[in-house]
Design a protein around this ligand. Structure first.
Ligand code: GDP
Ligand code: CA
Length: 329
């Protein structure tokens, strides 16, 4: 096992990768890990380019994450955000801590000077040393917007708002009729992304949001084809346990695209590689063991193990189960 590639959103992808690195350090210390990160949640805010998922992965693997929040830095103040709010600017419901703001300032400065997001990410990682090669899915800006199905505050039904406004301001409790990934059709995969999939020995879809995190990466031109044709095994980990999104509101995203919130339905949504989908294997929680026979019937190998990422040992055990499933021929 030399090259492992992970397609990640924020917190689910980051935490799983932490366990994967711990497990690989024991069983395959020569392995190198590439993490391809969703950039569909990116946005401009207060004049700064914010990349929520890239930063969550970078901080988590680099030891700089606020563990309780799952985003931002520990022990940071909100004084700068409060000052921006005092001017009536910014998003009062989207707080940027002062330490985190430094990352956004440096990123924006480099982007303005002409660097690509890949180059900026590599630069930021020189400080954080996440122990993986961190790649944005694309260097072109892609932004997920949602179409509102009802009037809310200053927005009318039919309006599009940024995904983060729906997610953070409205906690995904406002009905939406669909997602639109702006910029995606003109985007190309960032340098190294398609190669990281085609040259991998193992590709992992961690327990990230299947719609707005992994779904967005899969929609980047070329990514799906690379997954279909790679010689690597593609193994996914269910983000759904016992019919519920473990943390966050992934169920609201799944409902919007008419996919049931269950480990089985998410796997069938990804589809078996043998049937034109992207999965060879799928790990479900032990409480979802009833999904194993229908998964087998759909051409997806599977196993049931505890999938709660409660601490590093639990997450490392999940990664070990992924490696076992990948080796199962
Ligand atoms: P985000 O970008 O920060 O929302 O993070 P991701 O897209 O990477 O992951 C969010 C998803 O992770 C949620 O929708 C949950 O379903 C899933 N998740 C979070 N914690 C756990 C866990 O402990 N176990 C499992 N199986 N899934 C989890
Ligand atoms: Ca995200």
């Amino acid at each position: 096992m030399k090259n492992v590639t992970v397609l990640a959103g924020g917190i689910g992808g980051a935490r799983f990768t932490r366990g994967l690195l711990a497990q690989l350090a024991v069983v395959a210390p020569e392995a190198s890990v590439t993490v391809i990160v969703n950039t569909g949640d990116d946005m401009w805010l207060d004049g700064l380019r914010i990349c929520p998922d890239l930063d969550t992965v970078m901080y988590t693997l680099g030891g700089g994450i606020n563990e309780e929040q799952g985003w931002g830095r520990p022990d940071e103040s909100r004084r700068v955000s409060a000052e921006i709010a005092a001017y009536g600017r910014g998003w009062s419901w989207f707080t940027l801590g002062d330490l985190d703001l430094a990352t956004h300032i440096v990123r924006t400065d480099l982007l303005r000077a002409g660097s690509t997001l890949s180059e900026v990410t590599e630069f930021l990682c020189r400080r954080w040393q996440p122990g993986v090669r961190l790649l944005p899915m694309s260097d072109q800006p892609v932004e997920t917007h949602v179409c509102l199905a009802e009037n809310i505050d200053e927005h009318a039904a039919g309006d599009y708002i940024h995904f983060e406004e729906w997610w953070v301001r409205y906690r995904a409790r406002v009905a939406v009729s669909g997602f639109q990934q702006r910029g995606l059709s003109d985007a190309v995969a960032a340098p190294g992304v398609l190669e990281a999939i085609s040259a991998a020995d193992l590709v992992v879809l961690p327990p990230s949001n299947p719609v707005v995190s992994i779904g967005t990466i899969l929609a980047v031109p070329g990514v799906r084809d690379a997954l279909r044709s790679t010689a690597a095994r593609v193994v996914g980990v269910s983000p759904i346990i016992g019919g519920a999104a473990v943390r966050g509101m992934a169920d609201a995203c799944l409902a919007t695209i008419d996919v049931e919130t269950s480990a089985l339905a998410v796997a069938l949504h990804y589809g078996a590689r043998s049937e034109g989908g992207v999965l060879d294997s799928w790990l479900v929680d032990e409480t979802d063991a009833a999904a194993l026979p229908p998964l087998a019937a759909a051409g997806i190998r599977s196993a049931a193990v505890p999938l709660w990422m409660t601490d590093l040992p639990a997450t490392t055990a999940m990664a070990a189960a992924v490696l076992r499933l990948a080796a199962d021929r």
